[in-house]
Design a protein around this ligand. Structure first.
Ligand SMILES: *Cc1c(COP(=O)(O)O)cnc(C)c1O
Length: 394
């Protein structure tokens, strides 16, 4: 089987599993307990905090462990909104193709009286920094732009946007769930105030993640209770999960260049192969793109059928994000880059793992070509297009 859905979740690395197993067994003390037994767990927790901080160029005191990317996104946005509100600033800038953890939190804030501007991401799936600057108003409290998109893999000009926010004294958050552990991220160099990441997207365990908040930014609690995480997130810490996440992140960051060198040519080979399919188009910029992501639209077919037939051939892929699979709505990301509904429905996302081989790439190309041709063979939409009733879009 070829697992090509790493943007949905990744397999835990062997090192991360080993860390987790070793801590799950004997280190079951509560890190808040004062006796040595608890302190051993506390040590593991703080070592993880140092490793995570180091991986993104932060200070350990700026790292707050969460249950994942969604929680970190919620807490970042709600905290920044509350800070803004205190100064009478109730405007937030984001983009139309964020993850739902961002978009739904923004909806909630809108219902609470905040004003939200969603910037366009254009056909290449990239936000323009000058448009961010133009949208900043007197009462802008926060700009939140994702680092890399989870469906089309496009990398955003985060450093430039961060610099603009600094210049205007506006807080800047980035959902870096698809970037951390995949491409170089450094909160200092990238001018980031708040950043979200998720363990299971870089070979750590599910249910782990973290929020980076630059020193001096006061966070709002989502969970009240004990004084864990410097009083900003109550609940006994998931020590084995957190430590395993740190192991996975350290490993991913140490191998960033090697993985990029391996994945990029394989990605580009698959892109070139799929482009040969008539009436198809790649989604998102080809250059500014994470090394693992391939996303295509094929006219005249249904993405869901494509996935099922690829599954039969032993290829696990996606037609968008895991969260929208199973719903009939086309991807909001593909609509945001200007794909019309019919075309957006025929999409395929392949997100490669580091263990992918050149032979896998050949097999993927051949399988997708065969399946698209097969499905078009009995698609009424395709038959009409070929018969000249209606126009091809791609
Ligand atoms: C997966 C993902 C999330 C959610 O992370 P969880 O750890 O699953 O809660 C948020 N943002 C992006 C861009 C993602 O890809």
């Amino acid at each position: 089987m070829i697992y090509a859905d790493n943007a949905a979740t990744t397999k835990m690395s062997e090192a991360a599993v080993n860390t987790m197993v070793s801590l799950i067994g004997d280190t079951y003390g509560n890190p808040s307990s004062l006796y040595a037994f608890g302190q051993k767990a506390k040590e593991a927790l703080e070592k993880a905090r140092e490793e995570v901080a180091e991986a993104i160029g932060a200070n350990p005191r700026e790292i707050l462990f969460t249950s994942g990317g969604s929680e970190a996104d919620n807490q970042a946005l709600i905290s920044a909104a509350k800070l803004g509100e205190k100064k009478g600033k109730k405007h937030i800038i984001s983009t139309a193709f964020e993850h739902h953890a961002i978009l739904h939190t923004l909806k909630k804030l809108e219902e609470e009286g905040f004003e939200v501007t969603l910037l366009p991401v254009h056909e290449n799936g990239i936000v323009r920094p000058e448009e961010v600057e133009a949208a900043i108003k007197e009462d802008t409290a926060l700009v939140t732009v994702m680092y890399a998109n989870n469906e089309i893999g496009t990398i955003q000009p985060i450093r430039e946007i961060g610099a603009i926010c600094r210049k205007h004294g506006v807080l800047f958050h980035t959902d870096a769930v698809q970037a951390v552990g995949h491409i170089k991220v450094n909160v200092e160099e990238d001018n980031i105030d708040l950043l979200s990441a998720s363990g299971h997207k870089f070979h750590g365990p599910k249910g782990t993640g973290f929020l980076y908040a630059k020193k001096g930014i006061k966070l709002t609690n989502l969970i009240e209770g004990g004084a864990q995480e410097r009083g900003k997130r109550a609940g006994t810490e998931n020590v084995p999960g957190i430590a395993a996440m740190a192991t996975a992140l350290k490993e991913s960051v140490e191998n960033l260049d090697a993985y990029a060198a391996k994945l990029t040519p394989i990605r580009d080979k698959i892109i070139a192969g799929l482009k040969e399919i008539p009436h198809s188009a790649i989604n998102g910029d080809e250059e500014s793109r994470v090394p693992s992501n391939i996303n295509f639209c094929f006219e005249g077919i249904e993405g869901e059928s494509l996935l099922l037939l690829l599954d039969d051939k032993g290829i696990a892929a996606s037609s968008g994000s895991a969260c929208t699979s199973g719903s009939l709505d086309p991807s909001h990301v593909l609509l945001a880059i200007g794909r019309v509904h019919d075309v957006a429905h025929g999409s395929l996302r392949l997100s490669l793992g580091e263990d992918i081989t050149d032979e896998d790439a050949d097999y993927i190309i051949k399988s997708v070509k065969d399946v698209v041709e097969y499905l078009r063979g009995f698609s009424p939409v395709w038959r009409d297009l070929v018969a000249g009733k209606g126009n091809f879009i791609l």
